[in-house]
Design a protein around this ligand. Structure first.
Ligand code: AMO
Length: 438
């Protein structure tokens, strides 16, 4: 009868123990027929198990049923675990019962056994099947560990997890990359970042907050590191002396994340052939002037006052790696003109920073302006309408402590940690200018 499972899974494929009776459930990864002996490679979330059916040891019914199985059918297998030096992990299952749970059409949209490569568009068009590949599953298990480790660290530092609206009345990060939506009789926007809300939280006395945030940005260009929807770990903290207090949290957060991934996701890293270099803290600081000098000395045509573009960032990453051996470094003391209106400053220098990982910006943050008059002036100087920031400005009039924070892009951190060619590889269902489905 449809929907009733007779054999209930007892364990995943990585938990087999010799002599035990088990039920495994998963996808038919491969099937081999050597005449007197048949094999099924059964894949589940944790790996691949070999089901071995010697004609002499299994029932005739099972021996025949194996012939009918197609690739990517879902089956459950009840059987005994035996040692077998040729099998994965040295163990195999001799089947007593096999239940067919679901069939699959014979012509697969891509090859989940990873023998035939597919281009990124084919992979993303068929993401449900792409994620069946053990290496792709490994990426998302590592992603989950990043989030777990981040929460662990931030909670240990007295941060409180919050959630803020994703439909907003105004932009925060420059106004050019907003998605307008129709909101009853008014125009509204999808949130580019929790920036204004997390700052508002500093006026509530909550002191230290973080959000696993979702950003919406109408990125015009179709690059390997930009998405229309992305995720970030956003924090905001009060009573700071300057941006160094924020940098301290960020470097220790990233260091904790890398350590946890290294310790807790060994199998996934080894499947992907990745070794994560654990940086020592404090991370290197490269100030903006030094960065420009290093780039100019390296023959790059950059001028003081410019924000660094993708190519110059990458070049700087190579220079820093070569000169100092560092993958992770802060870029500090940017010219104020390159930073958003809420950034605090000393003269023309912003109290802001970026964190770069192997030549890609993975985070930016800084100390914010907490004086309401200065803030209004900066909004005007940036050519933004003060009227649309009234709700944001109000808390600044009734007791706002000095504060700062950062946004750490999870997709970019994962991409750089695992040397992924494209940010989309580390996102379940990436959306960009061209892609809205799946
Ligand atoms: P920023 O705009 O630099 O700063 O964003 C912070 C980090 O988020 C990631 N990121 C993205 N990742 C993929 N695709 C995108 N389109 C995208 N946009 C941003 C990057 C980036 O470093 N409010 C500030 C943060 C703060 O100061 O607290 C902000 O949003 O890794």
């Amino acid at each position: 009868m449809c929907g009733v499972i007779m054999l209930k899974r007892t364990c995943y494929s990585d938990k087999l123990k010799e002599g035990e009776e088990v039920v495994l459930s998963g996808w038919v990864h491969e099937r081999r027929d050597l005449g007197g002996i048949k094999f099924i490679l059964l894949r589940d979330r944790e790996g691949i198990a070999q089901i071995t059916a010697p004609k002499k040891k299994v029932s005739e019914e099972i021996f025949k049923l194996i012939d009918s199985l197609g690739r990517e059918w879902i089956i459950s297998v009840k059987g005994n675990v035996k040692s077998s030096p040729q099998a994965p992990n040295g163990l195999e299952v001799i089947p007593q019962e096999i239940e067919i749970i679901s069939t699959a059409e014979p012509s697969l949209p891509l090859d989940p056994s990873e023998k035939v490569d597919a281009d990124i568009d084919t992979r993303l068009d068929n993401r449900f099947m792409d994620i069946r590949k053990p290496k792709v599953t490994a990426i998302f298990k590592i992603r989950s560990e990043i989030l777990r480790a981040a929460r662990e660290y931030l909670l240990s530092q007295a941060f409180v997890e919050i959630q803020t609206p994703k439909i907003t009345a105004s932009g925060t990060e420059g106004g050019t990359e907003l998605f307008p939506i129709s909101y009853f009789e008014r125009e509204a926007f999808l949130a580019q970042s929790p920036q204004l809300y997390k700052q508002t939280m500093m006026a509530t006395g909550m002191d230290r907050v973080f959000e696993m945030a979702h950003y919406f940005r109408a990125e015009e260009s179709n690059t390997r590191r930009h998405l229309s929807e992305s995720d970030a770990i956003d924090i905001e903290m009060s009573f700071i002396e300057n941006e160094e207090d924020v940098i301290y949290i960020l470097e220790n957060l990233v260091s904790h994340i890398l350590n946890c991934v290294n310790k807790n996701k060994k199998n996934e890293l080894s499947l992907l052939g990745i070794e994560v270099n654990i940086p020592s803290t404090p991370f290197r600081r490269v100030n903006y002037d030094q960065a420009i000098t290093l780039l100019q000395e390296g023959g790059f045509n950059v001028r003081y006052g410019e924000d660094l573009g993708t190519e110059t960032e990458k070049a700087l990453g190579n220079i820093v790696k070569e000169k100092y051996g560092d993958d992770l470094y802060f870029l500090t003391k940017y010219p104020l003109s390159t930073k958003p209106f809420y950034t605090n400053f000393d003269g023309e220098i912003a109290r802001a920073f970026d964190l770069d990982y192997k030549g890609v910006e993975i985070s930016s943050g800084g100390q914010r302006i907490h004086n309401v008059d200065v803030l209004k002036t900066r909004i005007k100087e940036k050519g933004l309408p003060v009227t649309s920031f009234e709700a944001y400005l109000k808390p600044f009039r009734f007791g706002m402590p000095p504060h700062g924070g950062f946004g750490l892009g999870i997709d970019r951190l994962l991409m750089q940690m695992l040397n992924l060619e494209n940010i989309r590889e580390g996102v379940l269902f990436p959306h960009d200018r061209r892609r809205l489905e799946p």
